[in-house]
Design a protein around this ligand. Sequence first.
Ligand code: SIN
Length: 555
Amino acid sequence: MTRSGLPRLGQRLRAPDPGWFESTDVVVVGSGIAGLAVALHLREAGLHVTVVTKVNTDDGSTRWAQGGIAAVLDPTDSVERHAHDTMVAGAGLCDPVAVDLLVREGPGRVRELMRWGAGFDRAADGGLLLTREGGHHANRVVHAGGDATGAEIQRALHTAVCRDPWIRLFEHSLAIDLLQDAEGRACGVTLHVLGEGTPDGVGAVLARAVVLASGGMGQVYAATTNPVVSTGDGVALALRAGAAVTDVEFVQFHPTALLVDGPPGTARPSLACATQQPLVSEALRGEGGYLRDDDGRRFMVGLHELAELAPRDVVAKASHRVMRAAGTRNVWLDARHLGATFLAGRFPTIVASCLAAGIDPAKDLIPVAPAAHYASGGVRTDRRGRTTIPGLYACGEVACTGVHGANRLASNSLLEGLVFARRIADDVAGTLPGQCDPINLGATGGWALDPTLRPRLQQAMSQGAGVLRGGDSLGETLATVAALAGREAPADTASWETANLVTVAAALLAAALRREETRGSHWREDFPDARDDWRGHLMIRIDRAGTLAETWEPL
Ligand code: SIN
């Protein structure tokens, strides 16, 4: 432990030396919308691409996205209005230039996605159906299969990738650490492959550039909408390599995760994984659903001009207050007035999740509660997706491009993945160096942590660093995390993931403790107001001693 109570963190994972090697132009870590879109763009530029993904290609968060993709596709809407809504949700911390390019380039990227084969819901006249979600002042969210947008995007991108023989796909492959040359430039990754007929065990993919697109870190909490693969692997890998991460204290809690204790199909797969709570899309409120307290009162009315469609942090906080005052575990989403036929057609996924839990949304109130949903921060990038390490890029939820600020606007994340995938591919194609020689192949040391302790970590994070946090609760959580950081275990996928979770938890806690104000999705009960002197970003790195070091970047 360091003097400030922060644990000393491993600077590499403990793993055997690579037993096999492959070379490629670009290695992409992750296979959701960001990773697959980068891969397809890089192929259009004529480059050879290797995609590495931890389990199956469609096991990440993209597949679970319900609401859709926000983009200005209606002539009565405007990019200025989309930018404005994004900046308001971001609570003063968005990068206006990054937001401007997001909203301007977004519509073109969504059309490109359609050319790659994604089919969105359309009206009888063939026009795209657009819906609304929290924080939006216009209908600008395209969707597919009603509430199965992510599944359609994942299907289309996967199909396109599989058609291209120059995209090599490694499934069941955990990226372990970044390979770097003598100047620190990224030149590949070590990875562990559970292979059948492919290279097996620990190997190395040598590359001229590396793109992290490995998704989020929701599994650091006990209650999350994220799938079990979201263990912060990309942020942890980047930190170990010396990259800066930023805004990691801004974890978005989705206000309406279905509160169930392990419904069929979402049962806890192992003790080491948090239950993935089924999402009840904000689009359900966009189509007219209400939030009610135990007395049936619509508690959002009068609290915000958009009532149930206020930005997510506002709704999550209001729900939390209602639950705390009443001593309950949930509030209620009321969709009964929308009717069984409409609900079944527009929200088939949600209706199925509810029915599996014994709830008929056409007749019953739906129990919902906030759950960890999205990391607004991540590996710091510029507007071309470059991280602070040459040759290392980050795209999608793993990245912090500056578009989300302190709280992401609903349905801007799939859009961000698309927009920055194209920017990264353009930059890589224009600047690719020759192959470089890694100097950290086969280094000794490193860490791997006891996976049976994961539930303790997740419970501590949910209790002490959740929707509501304070100096005391964050300090206690940090002490728990520091204790877990000392529990070494034999090296395998579960213990590497646990080391990654501890790393991202420590970074999140360090930033959350330091930011003594309430802003966006960071709600400090001991500092209940936003403060002008906190308008800026906390950059976190692991220094050479394995200690987390913060630097402050004012706006
Ligand atoms: C939702 O459908 O409510 C989630 C959309 C998002 O996270 O952007």
